[in-house]
Design a protein around this ligand. Structure first.
Ligand code: AMP
Length: 450
């Protein structure tokens, strides 16, 4: 379908209205990204769209701009909430992605009378209600919190004409399918649905068959492809040598800011503590941290006072980092797609990046799966690891094997305790929550551009 479509080289030829073009020009964008050039003209025709695009490709503007354009005739200066029903609903898997999307909407809609709002869990629902009641045309929401509002009758979805499922693959991974089905059942049948996903798995195709009607299909990069700008390296390393090797790599590239990926929250915590003890400014972000703690960690990373941000896959998802030079896979993900997402944090927008994987013998099988998926071989390098002063955080298996040798640091045997101020994040009011494969993720919003 897209092969025949003429690809626009400037925003003016995409068919967008003047107030939007002005806002785009104010942001400094000079040309549409490939996903924008392809998706915007299609979405403006009103048909459903299934788009394969990762974070960092400009996908947010690709769905936001045509929706705002279509809503312009309905924009109203009236203060009456009735004149501002929810007409566009954007569902995102995490609160931080939702915040990021809504910030984009505000930017692009600044010359219009269209209102937007973002609602997500982990904060007091009552604080979101007054803003909802004033009336807003574009609502960005995480699925669980949206359903909370539906239950409390603080939102009406019967006038929704546009639906976006952003990062649909991650919503499925996080077990949001039951919530999505409930939400979709509440929406008018006559609507346009745009679905964005980084990967085109069988499950995504099923979701698209179920929720979209004859969608146009576009894909900006080969699914599961890794970016050529990213230099991929791997070290064959024993589990016990991983932490000293990581510290070594971080010290060698002392000026670079790095996201270090772990598989579990526990390892993320332990590792960031071990790095700090080793003199490296590090912090961890993961789903057990409160919103406040995550924002503090991200702010410190933005300011440069944190050099290594240790993150779980879910926590790092959706991070909009324009110029991150390096990511390190401290643990190899068992789902190969996660590798693609992880290394997509670097080498964006033509910049070059480095992705280093620390592969233990046990993880070889996972790394081979990754190589199959990305259709690339990554040579395992060997390096000398210096153990001076380093103390590796123990993996789960090591921990159980050495249960009797407790660390002197209480951190290693006490459960994680969230800060006292954020009780709201523990609230799980609806029964469907227990059906989710994973708890609602902690995600951080985009870094400020430098
Ligand atoms: P996204 O994939 O939507 O998260 O966007 C990734 C980054 O690209 C964000 O920082 C956007 O502000 C930026 N961006 C989006 N569209 C353009 C464009 N046409 N030109 C330059 N930067 C863009």
């Amino acid at each position: 379908m897209t092969k025949e479509t003429k690809i626009a080289e400037d925003f003016e030829s995409l068919g967008l209205a003047a107030p939007l073009l002005q806002a785009i020009s104010d942001t400094g964008y000079t040309a549409p990204t490939p996903i924008q050039a392809q998706a915007i003209p299609i979405a403006l025709t009103g048909i459903d769209l299934m788009a394969g695009a990762q974070t960092g490709t400009g996908k947010t503007a690709a769905f936001t701009l045509p929706i705002l354009n279509s809503l312009l005739p309905m924009a109203s200066t009236s203060t009456s909430p009735a004149k501002h029903p929810v007409r566009a609903l954007i569902l995102a898997p995490t609160r931080e992605l939702a915040i990021q999307v809504e910030e984009n909407i505000k930017t692009y809609a600044k010359n219009t009378n269209l209102r937007s709002l973002c609602v997500f869990g982990g904060v007091d629902i009552r604080k979101q209600t007054p803003a909802l009641k004033t009336g807003i045309e574009v609502l960005v929401a995480t699925p669980g919190r949206l359903l909370d509002h539906v239950e409390q009758k603080t939102v009406q979805l019967n006038q929704v004409r546009f639906l976006v499922l952003d990062e649909a693959d991650r919503m499925l991974d996080m077990g949001f399918m039951p919530d999505l089905k409930r939400i979709l059942a509440l929406l008018p049948k006559k609507r346009q649905t745009l679905m964005f996903s980084a990967t085109f798995s069988k499950e995504i195709k099923k979701l698209s068959d179920e929720f979209l009607s004859n969608p146009a299909l576009i894909e900006v990069a080969r699914s599961n492809a890794t970016n050529d700008n990213v230099q991929q390296k791997a070290y064959a390393v024993a589990q016990k040598d991983k932490e000293p090797l990581l510290a070594q790599l971080l010290k060698e590239d002392a000026e670079k800011q790095v996201i270090v990926f772990t598989k579990t929250k526990l390892t993320a915590n332990r590792l960031s503590r071990a790095l700090v003890r080793d003199g490296i400014a590090a912090d961890a972000i993961h789903g057990d941290k409160t919103q406040k703690e995550r924002i503090a960690a991200l702010d410190a990373f933005k300011e440069g006072s944190v050099k290594a941000l240790v993150a779980t896959d879910v926590a790092a998802r959706g991070l909009d980092i324009s110029d991150l030079p390096m990511v390190i896979n401290y643990e190899i993900p068992s789902a190969p797609e996660d590798y693609v997402h992880r290394i997509g944090r670097t080498g964006r927008a033509g910049a070059s990046g480095v992705a280093i994987s620390l592969v233990s013998e046990d993880e070889e099988k996972y790394f081979e799966e990754i190589e199959k998926l990305i259709k690339k071989k990554v040579a395992r390098e060997k390096t000398k690891v210096s153990h001076s002063k380093h103390k590796a955080p123990r993996s789960k298996s090591q921990t159980s094997a050495k249960k009797s040798q407790k660390s002197n640091d209480p951190f290693f045997y006490e459960p994680y305790v969230a800060s006292k101020n954020d009780n709201a994040s523990k609230k799980e009011p609806r029964s469907t929550r227990s059906n989710r494969k994973a708890p609602v993720a902690a995600l951080l919003g985009g870094l400020k551009k430098r």
